[in-house]
Design a protein around this ligand. Structure first.
Ligand code: ZN
Length: 242
């Protein structure tokens, strides 16, 4: 077996407060595209780039067009958890992993059975009336036409997703930081770590078992105690728990 994988497995065996920090690469193996990487493709079909459509200003001014893109590209209810989601849920169930901090909004970690999931960018599965805060499931968004409205008060329903120009949820960030300060092993996967807030949050980890798994090199490689240049599934499939 590859020496780096061996070290990875040995560290998992001897750690008890593992934290996983994941990005889009965790979900691409479930067929969910990283919209940032296919910008050009979407530009052919939409009048604005995804970064514009998914901004707070655009949601306020062009809610109908926002929802056209959002329904088409951001909601992926058919996607299933992959081997990485499943192994992470198993690590939590057997008491080794204390939390997952994710930049993804697809809810796949919870689908795999994970409980302690900190969703930095929210979730497409949760939606709220902006006026009365009535909760709506993703099905309401899918089945509605144009701009979904609250059946109680008529207010606009907004996904519980952090749009561009919006700040992160304070309590989610607080919990994520707490997890990182308590961790004895930190696994970072599927993110290039080139964008805020990922790079900044990672500094809260003070241990010496920082594992970075990514297909390509990232600006953080030199900070990692172990850098495995591979797909997440290829690495996580080696984890065997008794
Ligand atoms: Zn309402």
């Amino acid at each position: 077996m590859d020496k780096k994988i061996e070290t990875f497995l040995e560290w998992i065996k001897t750690s008890n407060r593992i934290v996983f920090f994941g990005g889009a690469g965790v979900s691409t193996e479930s067929g969910i595209p990283d919209f940032r990487s296919v910008d050009g493709l979407y530009n052919q079909k939409y009048d604005y780039p995804p970064e514009t459509i998914l901004s707070h200003t655009f949601f306020r001014s062009h809610a109908k067009e926002f929802y056209k893109f959002y329904r088409d590209k951001m909601i992926c209810t058919d996607a299933k958890p992959n081997i990485t989601h499943i192994k992470l849920a198993e690590l939590e169930a057997c008491g080794k992993l204390t939390g997952i901090i994710t930049q993804n909004i697809d809810g796949l970690h919870q689908k795999a059975g994970s409980k302690a999931v900190y969703e930095l960018h929210g979730s497409t599965l949760r939606n709220y009336c902006e006026k009365c805060h009535q909760f709506y499931p993703v099905e309401t968004i899918i089945s509605s036409k144009d701009v979904p409205r609250c059946e109680k008060c008529g207010g606009i329903i907004k996904p519980d997703v952090v749009l561009y120009e919006e700040g992160l949820d304070n309590s989610t960030v607080k919990n994520a930081i707490y997890q990182l300060t308590q961790a004895d092993m930190l696994i970072i996967g599927g993110t290039s770590l080139s964008v805020y807030p990922a790079a900044g949050l990672i500094d809260y980890y003070q241990g010496n078992r920082l594992v970075l798994i990514n297909k390509s090199t990232t600006p953080m490689d030199s900070r990692a105690d172990l850098f495995i240049q591979d797909g997440l599934g290829n690495v996580f499939k080696n984890i065997e728990l008794d």
